[in-house]
Design a protein around this ligand. Structure first.
Ligand SMILES: *[C@@H]1O[C@H](CO)[C@@H](O)[C@H](O)[C@H]1NC(C)=O
Ligand SMILES: *[C@@H]1O[C@H](CO)[C@@H](O)[C@H](O)[C@H]1NC(C)=O
Ligand SMILES: *[C@@H]1O[C@H](CO)[C@@H](O)[C@H](O)[C@H]1NC(C)=O
Ligand SMILES: *[C@@H]1O[C@H](CO)[C@@H](O)[C@H](O)[C@H]1NC(C)=O
Length: 282
């Protein structure tokens, strides 16, 4: 069913409450002073470093308390690092998830840059359950998702040895530069991203596997060029214990063009949107 989670709308309205922060946000747009800083002095503090020659864009990190690992998603590669020492090569596992030459050519043919755009950038790296991670990559502007068996740190394959892949549209952006967000709550994936190649159809989407998907309706223009920052799950039913948990909420944090401001230039505003976990879109 492709209908709307009704609660996104009311929340966008609620997000306008953030308007009072707007003044300071605009004033400090070029000021990149961090709110919390962490002085690093190699002599006083020993920090462990991880990087691999020839591997770029370490953009997805997953700290996994289940197995004391740090999972890292980079361009065409993933790593499993032991938290006891992320720099110890002996304790690392890696897997390569490259893009077939045909896909890269297709990407280049569509006008994208072969040396920057047409690779598989890992954008989503989440724990699915105790044995598997869920991973999505841009796959040369043709996003796909797959499963990683954490015991072997390999992509899940079917009986004939093919990697089990799912369409990544509405989950993972096409463009590696695009800022998206994703979270898994009770086995269901929620994403804030763009759903098309051109990158002009922003979407908040809920799905996993072959199940029903719900998404924001593009024609309503609820989202205006959003840049997603993150997402979070906040349980509201506890400790009262609503048996269906239908007031549990998923929050999306982003900035976007504030169309309610009648200025010459687009004004970028911070927003929070939320969807109810129990919302079936009816
Ligand atoms: C991946 O792991 C293998 C085996 O440990 C190692 O030989 C190889 O250099 C690693 N590759 C990367 C990119 O880290
Ligand atoms: C975790 O999910 C994978 C992929 O759907 C599935 O094959 C596996 O059996 C699940 N593991 C558990 C413990 O539920
Ligand atoms: C993960 O891979 C190992 C080795 O191939 C296999 O024994 C195990 O059953 C797999 N786990 C799951 C949950 O598929
Ligand atoms: C990937 O890394 C390169 C080199 O650091 C950088 O120039 C480029 O902007 C990065 N691309 C993405 C999509 O993060």
């Amino acid at each position: 069913m492709w209908t709307l989670p009704t609660t996104v709308h009311s929340l966008l309205a609620a997000a306008l409450l953030l308007g009072s922060c707007l003044q300071s946000l605009m004033a400090t747009e070029d000021d990149v002073t961090p709110r919390i800083s962490f002085p690093y002095n190699a002599k006083e503090r020993s920090a462990k470093r991880f990087s691999v020659d020839g591997v770029f864009n370490y953009t997805s990190l997953l700290l996994s308390q289940e197995d004391d690992m740090l999972y890292v998603g980079a361009r065409e590669a993933l790593f499993a690092l032991s938290l006891s020492d992320i720099s110890k090569t002996k304790l690392q596992k890696n897997l390569t998830w490259g893009t077939p030459a045909g896909k890269r050519e297709e990407c280049s043919f569509k006008g994208k840059n072969l040396e920057t755009d047409c690779f598989n950038y890992i954008k989503i790296l989440l724990r699915l359950n105790s044995t598997h991670l869920y991973v999505c990559g841009t796959y040369a502007f043709s996003p796909i998702c797959a499963y990683i068996n954490t015991s072997t740190f390999t992509l899940e394959r079917d009986e004939v040895g093919e990697v089990v892949m799912e369409d990544g549209r509405s989950r993972c952006p096409f463009n590696p530069e695009y800022k998206s967000t994703a979270i898994i709550v009770d086995g269901e994936l929620y994403t804030g991203t763009v759903s098309n190649f051109q990158g002009n159809e922003p979407v908040i989407y809920k799905s996993l596997g072959q199940g029903t998907a719900l998404k924001t309706e593009n024609s309503l223009k609820w989202l205006q060029d959003p840049v997603f920052v993150g997402s979070a799950y906040i349980e509201e039913s506890q400790p009262i214990g609503n048996p269906v948990g239908d007031d549990d909420k998923i929050y999306f944090f982003f900035s976007e063009a504030g169309k309610e401001f009648d200025f010459f230039d687009n004004t970028i505003v911070s927003r929070i949107a939320r969807v109810c976990k129990g919302d079936k879109g009816w």
